[in-house]
Design a binder for this molecule. Sequence first.
Ligand code: ATP
Ligand code: MG
Length: 286
Amino acid sequence: MEKIIRIAVQKSGRLSDDSLSLIKECGIKFYNGTGKLKSTSTNFPIEFLFLRDDDIPGYVADGVADLGIVGQNEVVEKDKNVTTMKALGFSKCRLSLAVAKGQEYNGVEFFEGKNIATSYPKILGDYLKSQNINADIHEISGSVEIAPSIGLAEGICDIVSSGSTLMMNGLKEVEEIFKSEAVLIANNDLPDWKKEIAEKLLFRINAVQKGKSSKYVLLNAPNESIERIISLIPGMRSPTILPLAQEGWSSVHSVLNEDQFWENIEELRAAGAEGILVVPIEKMIL
Ligand code: ATP
Ligand code: MG
């Protein structure tokens, strides 16, 4: 039998597009026809299972899948035994408590003895316990934000990203209780050969992520300012300096974090840099 590992990804939802883009950016090819539940890569020993996100932590814990890409919120809520290998930086959101907009609110004690509707009873329960609050948790699986207006609960605990859904439903966010992003999880007992494949995938993910946060910068500068410019954009080992056809000028090439670039842009220009180009990097291996 061919040695391949299985990774569970969300079939369709807020994680799906970014999960599959990441896999593609890792150079892993596969066919993703609509409605397919399984697919095998043509150039990497990996098979994809397309599942509901709620089921991913459980399948990975049970070994049905070896790896999974899922929100931290689901990993913590489902409380399964899995290893988190890497935070992936997308599907960032938070779990927050919210109450009706007109409700007077002076602190988390508000929730003492109240009903709170949520799809995250474990995370909410742990939070309330940590705050010494006794409240009734109403577990519902969707449309949590309508609970207060239909008299089901005085508060809700749900996922927020921009806050517009809360606003549309006449609610205000009052406490942030959990921060989440997509993570790569693994079964705790992978045999060595599967670990090796997982590490290969992780290596590629790291290269893609580093590339994304870095830029290749090219600029022209008079030779007398080169030293100053090098100190501003030191690069990976050191910048490349190439002479321009015009006497007394050089081209400086460097790799740097995008934030670092913006922080230094005025100083670079003041030092005499001109014709500055900032180019995206696809992959970066240090
Ligand atoms: P499924 O049908 O697979 O069960 P779902 O409806 O439970 O999907 P989605 O709404 O697709 O879940 O959200 C999947 C995950 O994406 C959430 O668990 C959370 O980690 C993250 N997420 C949810 N809402 C947002 C948002 N507004 N912005 C960013 N990330 C989000
Ligand atoms: Mg779900």
